[in-house]
Design a binder for this molecule. Structure first.
Ligand SMILES: C[S@@+](CC[C@H](N)C(=O)[O-])C[C@H]1O[C@@H](n2cnc3c(N)ncnc32)[C@H](O)[C@@H]1O
Length: 305
């Protein structure tokens, strides 16, 4: 009898030692330590986001219930998420979504995870649309990926004509799904192909956040980007500016007089891209806007009359 009681005690201690029982606070502390030891840049935040996702709660709710005991299922799931993050998989690929503008977008390894800086190009495009005072406007998003820019524009401008292209059929499937989820089924015309090949006609505003990483830089990218996000969404070529050259030269055929080209750029590319716009001789009103970290992030240029 004594033996079996001891055995039971041993079993329950064993369960506790192997941490089948743990409260939210302890699980978070342990995960944040593990992520920090793995060199992950925002260990606590990532642990909280993964825990909140695991529990189907808002992140701030975790602070209300730090003593909540996690059941074994949740603990095992949470630990599997943390293990993936320790290998640098981006949080958005683990949770399967990323918030952008006013939308929750599904993301997977076929699409670049939309970055907060990209909201600046949306703001700039909307500012230009406001100048057109109620006229029905047409917008083209080249290289739409998850659909982030096109979806944000279509959400804000219910009467605009929005067309979005991508060379990746898998990315377009994600974008179309995201448009449906955002209540925009049938409102965005998604087309597969190389840059402007799948479109015709004119667009008042052409927007693009193209691949802009140079080959040498690509090797230096953080592992979470280089090893997980699609190479064809990031890598432009040896110089990094190859897509800008194509976009600047080809967009002219699709812009009406005084139509706008808006390009997202890498932090060090402003001079090179402005230079290419000037050299093309077909654009005026060339200016740029910085992101919240102070880096030039968006260049806009108007087709000369
Ligand atoms: C930097 S990602 C931008 C994605 C999205 N617009 C965003 O801002 O999150 C570039 C996108 O361009 C697409 N792309 C690459 N080469 C292309 C090409 N030749 N024609 C059209 N799209 C292309 C990639 O598949 C990828 O989705």
């Amino acid at each position: 009898m004594l033996n079996s009681v001891n055995c039971l005690k041993r079993q329950s201690r064993c369960k506790i030692d192997r941490c089948y029982i743990m409260d939210v606070r302890s699980a978070l502390n342990q995960a944040a330590r593990d992520l920090e030891n793995a060199g992950i840049p925002s260990p606590r935040l990532d642990a909280e986001v993964l825990m909140a996702f695991c529990l189907g709660r808002e992140r701030l709710e975790l602070y209300k219930y730090p003593d909540l005991i996690l059941d074994e299922r949740h603990l095992v799931t949470f630990r599997s998420f943390v293990a993936r993050r320790k290998k640098w998989e981006p949080v958005a690929y683990i949770t399967g979504f990323k918030d952008f503008w006013s939308c929750r977008l599904e993301v997977n390894k076929s699409v670049l995870i939309p970055r907060p800086e990209t909201e600046i190009i949306v703001e700039e495009a909307l500012n230009l649309c406001r100048l057109s005072a109620g006229r029905k406007i047409s917008i083209l998003d080249v290289g739409t990926g998850s659909g982030a820019i096109a979806i944000a524009m279509a959400k804000e401008l219910s009467h605009a004509r929005v067309v979005a292209t991508d060379i990746s059929a898998a990315a377009l499937a994600v974008a179309a799904h995201n448009a449906r989820q955002a209540g925009l089924a049938g409102k965005i015309d998604f087309r597969e192909g190389n840059l402007f090949e799948p479109v015709d006609g004119f667009f008042d505003i052409i927007i693009s956040n193209p691949p802009y990483i140079a080959a040498e830089e690509y090797a230096q990218l953080p592992a979470g980007v280089r090893d997980f996000e699609p190479r064809e969404a990031l890598l432009a070529g040896p110089r990094g500016t190859e897509f800008y050259e194509l976009l600047i030269n080809q967009a002219i055929e699709y812009l009406p007089q005084a139509g706008w080209l808006l390009l997202e750029i890498g932090a060090t590319q402003e001079a090179a891209v402005s230079g290419k716009l000037k050299a093309a001789g077909r654009y005026d009103e060339i200016s740029h806007r910085a992101d919240y970290a102070g880096y030039p992030r968006v260049i806009r240029a108007r087709r000369k009359s």
